[in-house]
Design a protein around this ligand. Structure first.
Ligand SMILES: CSC[C@@H](O)[C@@H](O)C(=O)COP(=O)(O)O
Ligand SMILES: [Zn+2]
Length: 257
């Protein structure tokens, strides 16, 4: 077994220094600046995390996510983390001294380790929060899933973990909802439970809080996050217009003559 790299005296600064705009240390600040304009990472909430092979690039906690710099990024080795005896203790190769790492770290790690995701995005989007509030009004039992079908944007989603291709127009997209907790890290066990119960899901809604969305790579995570936000907004607006709530209708497959 190859020993994981250790934190060096220079804090492994080379891990976050690159001229490549696609390098995770450059991409996280760039993505978060775009997400801020969508209201996804307002007031320090939400964020994004990228895995490149064994290395995970993590934003700091409690900072204005749209103003971050590559040098603000934490770097963690999944191999070193797996070898650590205490699962809650994080093994960082690089820690910017003035901050703590994002409180969302254990949730991001769940997407990387349980689903081999390459990127995980957490938003505090109004649409995500409103959808969880609307679901509450459907009563116990019906408030634990967001379902939608017969909308073109569903095709923006992959079929599921280790499955090829995307959902089709007539498929139903199902996103589980978990309850919020006082501390972000306490959501981890519920997020993992939801992943086990819905093995093909790429997202988990957190009631009155937001959504976690992941994908095989940055492109897929971003596409799925944007598609989902579009669908959440559409669902809320359909409800406002008095159109039938999509969770209450069955998929309508037209019959061919
Ligand atoms: C507005 S505080 C939000 C946090 O508690 C949390 O929900 C969040 O999404 C961001 O946590 P952070 O530790 O700043 O990355
Ligand atoms: Zn949050």
């Amino acid at each position: 077994m190859v020993a994981p790299p250790e934190q060096t005296q220079d804090n492994n600064d080379h891990l976050v220094q690159s001229n490549d705009p696609e390098h995770p240390a450059n991409l996280i600040p760039a993505l978060c600046a775009k997400f801020w304009t969508l209201g996804w990472v307002t007031g320090t909430g939400g964020g994004a995390c990228i895995r490149q092979d064994d290395l995970v690039y993590i934003a700091p906690s409690g900072v204005q996510k749209e103003l971050m710099k590559p040098s603000d990024m934490y770097v963690l080795s999944l191999a070193a983390q797996a070898a650590s005896l205490d699962r809650r203790q994080r093994v960082y190769l690089r820690s910017p001294t003035q901050y703590k790492p994002s409180q969302c770290t254990p949730l991001f790690l769940a997407a990387f380790t349980k689903r081999r995701a390459g990127c995980c995005i957490h938003t505090h989007s109004h649409w995500a929060v409103l959808v969880t509030l609307l679901l509450e009004t459907f009563g116990p039992g019906k408030d634990r899933e967001f379902r939608i079908n017969n909308i073109e944007q569903i095709k923006g989603f992959g079929r599921g973990f280790e499955k090829s291709g995307n959902l089709g127009y007539h498929d139903t997209l199902v996103i589980p909802v978990i309850e919020n907790t006082a501390h972000e890290e306490d959501l981890t066990e519920f997020l993992e439970e939801a992943m086990d119960k819905y093995p093909d899901t790429y997202a988990v809604l957190v009631r009155r809080h937001g959504v976690y969305v992941w994908g095989e790579n940055v492109h897929k995570a971003k596409t799925q996050c944007e598609s989902l936000d579009y669908l959440f907004q559409l669902a809320v607006e359909m409800k406002q217009l008095g159109l039938p709530w999509i969770t209450e209708i069955e998929p309508t497959v037209p019959t061919r003559k």
